[in-house]
Design a protein around this ligand. Structure first.
Ligand SMILES: *Cc1c(COP(=O)(O)O)cnc(C)c1O
Length: 438
């Protein structure tokens, strides 16, 4: 197979194949025993017949193994490549790179954006810690923008207010999979020559005016952590770009490893990553595994059904809640907007009620309905203060984030709920809000 040639190009740990004394790519193969343990972990059971059935499966695997061989590679190889090609096609992007998690993708994007100490990055106040992890790590200054009061996505008006001559990048987050106002954000970025790195951790499979979320800015990164709509077996991410920086994605994923131009008497070279403005950084190691790629390839096929099931549930809740003015409806899809419905955003107009979202949450908990707000505004966590930020001042510039977090919003579970669970939740939300009426 001329597969071999490709392997040599992409990885130095190649299987030397048919030689008299070959050099194996995999030090110790995954055997039937290992796989049996994985099955016990992934499909646990304590029924008496479970261990009987497991024996059947294990001996069938042993038979299968006699007829087959071992996977020649476990780290990046043909499945990773196949996944990346599928991603390029689905998202309509020039470059896609499978990595350990979405956070690594932001890091890669920021490195190519040439982010350095002293530069500023604008991120929304309401997001997960990952969004601003690399800027903080590298000593850039994080500026938190306020959010839109309805979608909780970053407010383009507040981005404008917070731009300074030091601003280098904007990192919009499609919270819950609902698209940010990307036209406005891209316009600001063009006006001020800023890079846009999209946090599309919730956005895989969503669209904004026909473009895939994550594929609109200079870079976008998706998460396939276990809590997201689909997963590459617990952890994983894809970073994408249409820019020529994508040609260096492989190097950015794996230490600056460059097999195309080996140094004298060695197999490869190690290069630094060249970002915008000629700024060089060192690449990390964010390599992913073949098994994760296999998992994500099969889950990708189920994504349209998953998003549709989530959308239907969201629509049902919106419809049920429409009887009460005090519930602010969650935004649904339009011709231009296709959300991934990763989260169902629930907001109360608490000014019309006796109590706010915190009182509502207590009532839900009493009724056995779990809700998680996703997320506390970042200036509320200790680390920013510990790093020397004036978090009180930051808080004052984000009144919508503050009000939403304290008084207005939470997220309700959406998937995979049974019809009964969904109906129980809707009934109880309505009842609880009625109890809070003035
Ligand atoms: C999950 C999440 C991330 C991080 O994803 P990882 O793949 O775990 O790095 C980033 N941003 C948001 C908004 C998230 O919810």
């Amino acid at each position: 197979m001329d597969n071999k040639k490709e392997k040599k190009k992409s990885d130095f740990r190649y299987d030397t194949g048919e030689a008299r004394v070959p050099w194996a790519a995999v030090g110790e193969h995954v055997n039937v025993n290992d796989i049996a343990e994985m099955i016990k972990f992934l499909i646990p059971g304590d029924d008496p017949s479970y261990s009987e059935q497991l024996k059947v499966v294990t001996s069938a695997m042993e038979e299968l193994h006699k007829k087959g061989s071992y996977a020649p590679k476990l780290s990046m190889d043909s499945n990773v490549k196949k996944l990346e090609e599928a991603m390029q096609e689905l998202l309509n992007v020039k470059h896609a790179c499978f990595i350990t998690n979405a956070t690594a993708g932001f890091e890669i994007g920021f490195k190519f954006a040439g982010l350095k100490p002293g530069d500023e990055v604008i991120a929304p106040a309401i997001t997960f810690l990952s969004t601003i992890h690399y800027p903080l790590q590298v000593g850039a200054k994080v500026v938190l923008a306020d959010v839109d009061p309805i979608t909780l996505n970053i407010s383009p008006e507040d981005i404008r207010r917070k731009i300074t001559p030091r601003t280098k990048a904007i990192i919009p987050v499609h919270i819950g999979g609902y698209p940010c106002d990307m036209d406005a954000i891209m316009e600001i970025a063009r006006e001020h020559d800023l890079m846009v790195v999209e946090d599309a951790a919730h956005g895989f499979g969503g669209y904004y005016k026909g473009k895939a979320l994550g594929a609109i800015g200079d870079f976008g990164s998706y998460s396939f952590h276990e809590v997201k709509n689909i997963t590459s077996f617990g952890e994983g991410g894809i970073v994408v770009t249409n820019s020529s920086y994508g040609e260096d994605f492989a190097k950015s994923r794996f230490g600056g490893f460059d097999i195309s131009n080996p140094i004298d008497k060695w197999l490869y070279d190690v290069v630094a990553l060249k970002g915008k403005g000629g700024h060089y950084t060192v690449a990390g190691n964010h390599s992913s595994t073949e098994i994760q790629a296999v998992g994500l390839l099969t889950q990708m096929e189920r994504l349209p059904e998953i998003i549709e099931a989530r959308r239907k549930n969201a629509e049902y809740l919106n419809k049920r809640f429409s009887v009460l003015d005090e519930i602010i409806p969650s935004k649904m899809d339009t011709e231009d907007i296709k959300s991934t419905h990763h989260l169902y955003l629930f907001q109360l107009d608490y000014t019309k009620l006796n109590g706010d979202i915190q009182d509502f949450k207590k009532k839900m908990t009493e009724r056995g309905i779990v809700q998680i707000a996703h997320f506390a505004p970042l200036y509320r966590f200790s680390y920013l203060k510990q790093l020397g930020y004036d978090t009180d001042a930051m808080q004052k510039t984000c009144p919508n984030a503050e009000e939403a977090f304290l008084h207005k919003f939470t997220h309700l579970p959406l998937y995979p709920l049974t019809d009964d669970q969904l109906e129980y939740m809707a009934d109880n939300v309505i009842e609880a809000v009625k109890e809070m009426k003035l």
